[in-house]
Design a protein around this ligand. Structure first.
Ligand code: COA
Length: 158
């Protein structure tokens, strides 16, 4: 599997991006200002992530998705590690990611990759997304913010 940034003029994999974020408006807004990467095998595109700088010190992963038939095979973890390496090499100190309070598997994966919970944006999804999102039988209302320290072994909070 190879991970590469999409080429100028190459269309981002919208169906995959919408799997992770059902808001076309949100996807369009961060695609405009960030970098989009794809994970490819001989069978085609199996995953994607969108990330970019949000300040001099911090970058954020805005979207990460793996094709349904390819999930659970380590592709998500490989893309997260790719993002960590890439944004560390660019000189950023912190890599942020946000997910829903109901996204149990995602919260597990991000913490296994070294991200730590850094805050909660209460009612983010109820305020910004149409319709009620239910996942794992839980109402998705709040955004859990996570962050990973780059560049050194510094752990947030000691
Ligand atoms: C989230 C997503 C990107 C993960 O990609 P993936 O390729 O399926 O994930 P991986 O196979 O790399 O890793 C899954 C890891 O999470 C762990 N995990 C998943 N659900 C878990 C749970 N409920 N409890 C504990 N661990 C869990 C797995 O055990 C695995 O860890 P391991 O590598 O130590 O075994 C993918 O499932 C996806 O695209 N989902 C839909 C879109 C989405 O929700 N995107 C994120 C929006 S915030």
């Amino acid at each position: 599997m190879k991970i590469r940034e999409i080429a100028p003029g190459e269309a981002p994999p919208m169906a995959l991006l919408l799997l992770a974020d059902p808001s076309k408006k949100a996807v369009a807004s961060y695609l405009d200002t960030s970098e989009c990467f794809i994970a490819e095998t001989d069978d085609g595109i199996v995953g994607t992530y969108v990330a970019g700088g949000i300040s001099d010190e911090s970058a954020e992963i805005f979207n990460i998705a793996v094709a349904e038939e390819a999930q659970g095979q380590g592709i998500g973890r490989t893309m997260l590690l790719d993002a960590i390496e890439r944004y560390e090499a660019k000189g950023y100190l912190w890599l942020h990611i946000g997910t829903g309070n109901s996204s149990i598997g995602q919260l597990a994966l991000y913490q296994k990759c070294g991200f730590r919970i850094d805050g909660v944006i209460r009612d983010f999804f109820t305020a910004n997304y149409e319709g009620k999102i239910i996942e794992n039988g839980i109402w998705c209302r709040d955004m859990i913010r996570l962050v990973k320290a780059l560049q050194c072994n510094t752990e947030i909070g000691g």
